[in-house]
Design a protein around this ligand. Structure first.
Ligand SMILES: Cc1ncc(COP(=O)(O)O)c(C=O)c1O
Length: 423
């Protein structure tokens, strides 16, 4: 499609956008009385309007039923989490029994490491990406130390090539082969938080499995953003948060995936709690732990219903729309944003460099050569919410649920005036 940098053209794209009615389903913050142009759905997604009702329902059930809400609320609390598994499984390409929701992301990665990082003298190394999200680095190092090992020896980082801003799949595959039978685990952020790169999860998983290693993915930036086929790819485990593209609220609960081959097995080590034991016998309060036959076996505590309510509201919307439609719009709107950036760059000699490679999802990370944080601040003051990453990268993620093509055009105009006003 031949794009144009004009409001009319952007509005034409909006007029034929099959998702256009969903924009109205979200609350937008305002700056100077106007809805913002929101590019930070990769950090915290906007609040869906329908979420309030889901939360209110729980609050009302609590008010009216108190403890009886566990079993007699319209959406009973004791099994509230079960309602999330089927729609969430569709988002990540899993079977419903392979998915559960619990805890928060880093906690879940730790919990899953208990099951899937079991180093021995020979096989103890972990491959991850260079400069992984800091929480993942801390998590991996502390797990390695917990096993009495030295992180400098156990953790192998895949580096970017000198002068480049992205990882080559071939480099990941080569390192997997080099580490060979010392490889215990590959754990990578499936979509990188900094440059927005989507890793080739299928081939990396296949190659690590051929070496006899476990493979896990941190999908904080992948879930609700890119096409995932966790089951078919043979991924062992994955975890993600729900507050970015999943629009479920700040710090909210995390999803996990455990491949079906590990379900219903009592030989897999886990940190266990009462909500992981079989629901049929849970309330007999027996001393023996009998794992649930699904990923709920990794649940420790009873479900945090007030956190799950917004997640369920959001999943209802994902189910209505489907990942295919979201991905189709995401591809188009990201391409349009890229075009707008290139046009403004030409008009202003803005010296932007998009460091996100072709393998991308919703996010474009843009290096602002010659511009400092004052440009970012100008955008914020003028109703464009982006985020800033040192040394001078802004991340732009036009979430397909609620961003419009007109937003992209209008952003370009604000950017242009920002550059011009900074001289
Ligand atoms: C890639 C990635 N991993 C892990 C985390 C940590 O998430 P949490 O604080 O929910 O544990 C984040 C948070 O933004 C993230 O982006």
């Amino acid at each position: 499609m031949e794009f144009q940098n004009s409001l009319e053209f952007a509005q034409q794209l909006d007029a034929v956008d099959p998702l256009r009615k969903y924009r109205d389903e979200f609350h937008f913050p305002k700056v100077k009385g106007k809805d913002v142009i929101y590019f930070t759905g990769n950090s915290l997604g906007l609040e869906p309007k329908r979420t309030q009702k889901f939360v209110n329902d729980v609050m009302n059930d609590w008010k009216n039923l108190a403890v009886e809400g566990h079993f007699h609320a319209e959406k009973s609390w004791w099994d509230y989490h079960e309602r999330l598994a089927a729609p969430l499984a569709k988002v990540v390409g899993a079977k419903p029994e392979e998915v559960s929701v619990m805890n928060t992301l880093t906690v879940n990665l730790h919990m899953l490491m208990v099951s899937f990082y079991r180093p021995n003298e020979k096989r103890f190394k972990i491959i991850c990406e260079e400069k992984a999200f800091p929480s993942d680095q801390y998590m991996l190092k502390s797990q390695v130390k917990f096993h009495g090992l030295d992180p400098d020896k156990a953790i192998v980082e895949v580096k970017k090539r000198p002068g480049e801003d992205f990882w080559h799949t071939q480099d990941v595959l080569d390192i997997i082969n080099e580490v060979g039978d010392e490889l215990a685990l590959v754990l990578i952020g499936g979509v990188n938080y900094y440059n927005g790169q989507v890793f080739d999860m299928e081939s990396i998983t296949k190659s690590a499995k051929e070496q006899g290693a476990f493979v896990g993915w941190d999908l904080a930036h992948g879930v609700g953003n890119v096409a995932l086929k966790l089951h078919d790819w043979g991924v062992d485990f994955a975890a993600w948060c729900s507050y970015k593209y999943m629009n479920s609220g700040p710090g909210n609960a995390s999803g996990i995936f455990v491949h079906e081959q590990y379900l219903n097995r009592s030989d897999i080590p886990r940190f266990e709690g009462w909500w992981g034991t079989k629901k049929e016998t849970r309330f007999l309060m027996k001393p023996e732990f009998e794992p649930m036959a699904n990923a709920d076996a990794w649940q420790v505590s009873n479900p945090p219903v007030l956190s799950l309510a917004p997640y369920l509201a959001s999943l209802e919307m994902f189910d209505e729309v489907g990942m295919e439609a979201l991905i189709a719009k995401r591809k188009l709107i990201v391409s349009y944003l890229e075009f707008i950036l290139q046009e403004i760059d030409k008009e202003t000699d803005g010296s932007f460099e998009i460091i996100t490679p072709e393998d991308r999802g919703c996010q474009l990370s843009v290096f602002l050569h010659g511009h400092g944080k004052d440009l970012f601040n100008y955008l914020m003051e003028n109703g464009v919410i982006t985020d800033w990453r040192e040394p001078n990268v802004i991340r732009l993620a036009p979430a397909p649920f609620y961003c419009s093509f007109a937003d992209m055009y209008n952003f370009g105009q604000v950017l242009k005036s920002g550059i011009q006003s900074k001289g």
